[in-house]
Design a protein around this ligand. Structure first.
Ligand code: BTN
Length: 258
């Protein structure tokens, strides 16, 4: 790769894989180049200098320790219906890829992938309302060691494939498997197969049966997690006995101390 000129390969379906040595954010690149992006294009950066996470957090990708990419989705006739399914679909595909490596992974609403209770991948879907393009960004911790994770994921509670298996994996070898797995689950989302996605999610849901605390725009709610709806929302039976259906928020496992 020379002067950050992109290299082109095979993305999802008939889309392209466009690889840059470095980008500020693959999601931002897709949103900035939306008119030139095709459904199924995958934009990858070996390093990402200003990556975004959920809830305005940062997502650092120093290079070669992660897979950092965004999938371009043109959702067609039902953009709102499809949009809420894309993050869960990529989480499910990433989980399947980890399973292929012999790593049992679970899912944490809205779209985190966990191994042994630690976050191994995060997903952020962002939409350009003017062009109707959705960038579904995935950051997967592949070879980051403990020091690298502490620097890149300062919130803590993170892990990587190499830490879990004791064996580094070349990200380039992993990428075709990952793309095949997320291509399959994203196709379900694009086809509006919401019940199939919700059923697959329930099979690997890390929060089932757990008491959780969710931080929402209106404050904190504690209660019992009641699963993810077919629309991608979280169902919570709060301690005051009210059932909530929430489309955004940050979940932590609630520790009972008394
Ligand atoms: C999270 O907070 O868990 C979501 C992290 C999403 C990070 C990915 S890396 C590729 C894409 N580009 C970005 O700027 N963010 C997403």
């Amino acid at each position: 790769m020379d002067d950050n000129q992109p290299v082109c390969g095979q993305g999802l379906w008939t889309g392209r894989l466009i690889t840059f040595a470095s980008l500020p954010s693959t999601n931002q690149w897709v949103l900035d180049h939306a008119p030139d992006c095709q459904h199924g294009d995958v934009v990858r950066a070996i390093s990402q200098t200003d990556g975004r996470g959920r809830l305005s957090r940062r997502w650092m990708s120093p290079g070669n320790g992660e897979l950092t990419l965004s999938v371009v989705i043109r959702p067609g006739a039902d953009p709102l219906g499809v949009a809420s399914l894309l993050g869960p679909a990529v989480a499910l595909g990433t989980r399947a890829c980890l399973d292929d490596l012999g790593l049992p992974a679970e899912l944490k609403w809205p779209n985190d992938v966990l191994v042994g209770g630690r976050k191994i991948a995060g997903i952020l879907a962002e939409r350009d309302l003017r062009t109707d393009v959705i960038a579904v960004g995935l950051g997967l911790n592949v070879n980051l060691d403990r020091a690298g994770l502490d620097a890149a994921r300062p919130l803590g509670g993170a892990t990587s494939i190499a830490l879990e298996t004791g064996c580094p994996v070349p990200p380039d070898d992993l990428l075709p498997v990952l793309l095949e797995d997320i291509g399959r689950t994203l196709q379900l989302a694009v086809d509006g197969q919401r019940k199939a996605l919700a059923a697959a999610w329930a099979e690997h849901d890390a929060l089932i049966g757990r008491r959780i605390r969710i931080s929402t725009a209106d404050g904190l709610l504690d209660g019992q997690y009641h699963g993810m709806t077919a629309d991608g929302a979280l169902r919570l039976l709060s301690d005051s006995g009210v059932e909530h259906v929430l489309f955004s928020g940050d979940v932590s496992l609630f520790q009972v101390t008394d």
